[in-house]
Ligand binder design. Structure first.
Ligand code: NAD
Length: 501
């Protein structure tokens, strides 16, 4: 743990290219959720730190927004290279603060982040707009796509590095500057990401990170008059609060909120593929994934075989030390999160059947925030465990009869972030992609993401897109420029005001 304390000895605020301590007067501890040991205690950001970070972003804005796309792209290419050189350090820090298996952070989080950085290095030169033209006989019109300004972003703890990347990259590729507030539990890799940007030649002040509480630093950032846009990823409940504050200062708002992804298995599906897909899709990142498979609806002929297949495979999953290459599943991010999940499963025992799991880890796992992979059946569609986000390694399975019923059940929660359908019938697949109301629908898979494609929610899962060129819609504003072509003082339309004078 000393290496973390040494690495961040100057503090947890990264402002204008320098680390410094927070001035709120309070501290927060990063805890290794696999062991319960303190990793690092940092001074949290107060109002003055948020103001300084926003000030640094504001000062850096003219230079960065005025740079050519080629210059910004060059800096982002170097940024991707620096991240690649630091891949091992990033993966270890991510596993330490989140408890996620090193296999996951080194094969998914870190390469995904590097690829995203490389993608936005290219995309920075491809901001699209409509062609210039004479849409009235006397004028030429064109559109300028401009950055929004200083962006204030707030991120959750489940994928801290990727969330930092998803927030920072499209914003700065489009010429904005940014202040990011990561979740209190997981400050490390966001700080490393911001420092790597500076080391790669992104000017100081373009990327700033403040680490503090949601109510303190978070609300200060969202309400700040010099912040032009708030981009928030987190729970729907906090998203609503953020929206209230942002609306008060008429900010542009991008909300990536909770999910409760359905996993619909039709009776012609490849059963083995669906069983593996459900277990992997439900347990990735110990289920702390906003797109995780949480509700499997299985058509009656496959239902029993699916339930027993999932139970068997879940029982085979190895929990353990995140740094052991044989570990499949780490702890949850904190004992508080583990206890929330356990309480929800315990309440479900009153109305449903816990087929496997439903317990904390014993023996060597007891000191950590572990929870066994859990399979639940027999819950009613309107029950808490089916309707509400669990954010833990828990899959609920329900049967359905007709295709109509399966698709209706899939849509029957307030969320709409992601979904999957499992079938070998192209027409069933097509229908599922049309009728499921979610920002992403997978066919015969569940979880993969890709830098070129957008990620974002429908319904209570929020609005706006992360990743891909679609994210530029959030981080740019379009300006109509109209030139008079006539060079006449007397314009035809002046008649409406001045008559024939
Ligand atoms: P959370 O909503 O509790 O916290 C998210 C962030 O908001 C943290 O940085 C927190 O400090 C901050 N915050 C809390 N209160 C605030 C306030 N009043 N004002 C401003 N900021 C405040 O979420 P979490 O527990 O960190 O993360 C889990 C949630 O994130 C889940 O609901 C999950 O589905 C969601 N999530 C969504 C996506 C997506 O892309 N849609 C991705 C990852 C996680």
């Amino acid at each position: 743990m000393d290496h973390v304390k040494d690495r961040f000895a100057r503090g947890a605020q990264y402002i204008a290219g320098e680390f410094r301590p927070g001035t709120s007067g309070a501290t927060h501890s990063v805890v290794d959720p696999a062991t319960g040991r303190d990793v690092w205690t940092y001074e949290t950001a107060g109002d003055a730190d948020v103001d300084a970070a926003v000030g640094a972003a504001k000062a850096a804005l003219p230079g960065w927004s005025g740079a050519t796309p080629g210059e910004r792209s060059g800096a982002l290419h170097r940024f991707a290279e620096v991240l690649a050189e630091r891949a091992d350090e990033l993966a270890r820090a991510e596993s330490l603060q989140c408890g996620k298996p090193l296999r996951l952070s080194s094969e998914f989080d870190v390469p995904g982040t590097i690829d995203n950085t490389a993608f936005f290095a290219g995309a920075a030169r491809h901001l699209q707009g409509s062609a210039a033209g004479e849409y009235s006989a006397d004028h030429t019109s064109y559109v300028r796509r401009e950055p929004v300004g200083v962006i204030g972003s707030i991120a959750p703890w489940n994928y801290p590095l990727q969330m930092a990347a998803w927030k920072i990259l499209p914003a700065i590729a489009a010429g904005n500057t940014i202040v990011l507030k990561p979740a209190e539990l997981t400050p490390l890799t966001s700080l490393m990401f911001a420092q790597a940007a500076t080391d790669a030649g992104v000017p100081a002040g373009v990327v700033n990170v403040v680490n503090g509480t949601g109510k303190g630093a978070g609300e200060r950032l969202v309400g700040h008059p010099d912040v032009a846009m708030t981009s928030f990823t987190g729970s729907t409940a906090v998203g609503k609060r953020v929206a209230e504050i942002a609306t008060g200062t008429v900010k542009r708002l991008h909300l990536e909120l909770g999910g409760k992804a359905p996993f619909v298995v039709f009776d012609d599906a490849d059963l083995a593929a669906a069983v593996r897909g459900a277990v992997a899709g439900a347990l990735i990142n110990t289920g702390q994934d906003c797109t995780a498979a949480t509700r499997a609806y299985v058509q009656r002929p496959l239902y029993d075989a699916f339930v027993s297949g999932v139970a068997d495979l879940m029982a085979d999953v190895r929990l353990g030390d995140p740094f052991d290459q044989d570990t499949d599943l780490g702890p949850l991010v904190s004992t508080a999160q583990r206890d929330r999940v356990a309480a929800m499963v315990d309440r479900a025992r009153g109305y449903a059947t816990v087929v496997t799991g439903g317990e904390r880890g014993a023996d060597k796992l007891a000191a950590g925030a572990y929870y066994l992979p859990t399979l639940i059946t027999g819950a009613a569609q309107d029950s808490e465990i089916v309707q509400h986000e669990i954010f833990g390694p828990v899959l609920v399975v329900l049967p359905f009869d007709s295709d109509d019923e399966g698709l209706a059940l899939a849509n029957d929660t307030p969320y709409g972030l992601a979904a999957s359908a499992w079938t070998r019938d192209v027409f069933r697949a097509g229908r599922a992609t049309r009728e499921i109301a979610a920002g992403c629908v997978w066919i015969n898979d569940h979880i993969p993401i890709i830098s070129e494609m957008p990620h974002g929610g429908y319904k209570s899962s929020g609005y706006g897109k992360d990743m891909s060129s679609y994210s530029f819609e959030e981080y740019t504003q379009v300006k109509h420029v109209m030139y008079d072509n006539t060079a006449r003082a007397r314009k035809d339309w002046h008649r409406t005001v001045l008559g024939d004078r």
